[in-house]
Design a protein. Structure first.
Length: 184
């Protein structure tokens, strides 16, 4: 054999490890893999599962809170709409009551005006009657004085005044047919 070949066979290749290194490395790798598989991986999986459950619980809680908030918002909007409807109803009632009060006040004013007008008419009629009585007395007095001057007698006595007036009226009646005959 050639000397180079022998030397090549005797020196190991630095890129290929020795068989005993491969064996013991495989044993250590298997032991570490089994420890990792039996102890670390379940603990890691347990931690990830707990974390996933907390996240899922948080999501469910957030969805529940969101649903409650949506329900509260709908209730608020319903109450707001009910409040607006109630306010509109109250406003309509107040307008109706206002119109009714205005109508009542107008009716009261009209009734009061009628009462005042009727009272004024009664007062005017009473004053007219009083004026008529006063005028009759004054006119009677003036007529009696005038008749007394015309007839030439004093007419202070009622019976005498009545006699003079009757006589004056009968004289007028006698003169009236004669004056009517002369005119024709």
């Amino acid at each position: 054999m050639t000397p180079m070949l022998i030397a090549a066979e005797e020196t190991p290749n630095p890129l290929i490890p020795a068989v005993y290194d491969i064996f013991w490395s495989a044993v250590v790798f298997i032991v570490i893999f089994l420890v990792f598989w039996k102890m670390v991986l379940p603990a890691f999986k347990k931690t990830l599962d707990e974390r996933a459950e907390r996240i899922q619980g948080g999501i469910e809680k957030a969805e529940k809170v969101q649903a409650e908030a949506d329900a509260a918002l709908q209730e608020y909007q319903k109450q707001l709409a009910d409040g607006r409807a109630e306010a509109a109803r109250m406003r309509a009632e107040a307008q109706e009551e206002g119109a009714q009060i205005i109508a009542e006040m107008k009716q009261r004013a009209a009734d009061e005006a009628e009462r005042i007008t009727a009272q004024a008419k009664v007062q005017i009629e009473a004053e007219r009657q009083a004026a008529m009585v006063s005028l009759r007395g004054e006119v009677g007095s003036l007529a009696t004085d005038l008749a007394g001057r015309i007839v030439g007698e004093t007419l202070t006595d009622d019976a005498r005044a009545a006699n003079v007036v009757d006589r004056f009226i009968s004289d007028l009646e006698k003169q009236t047919p004669a004056a009517a005959a002369k005119e024709n």
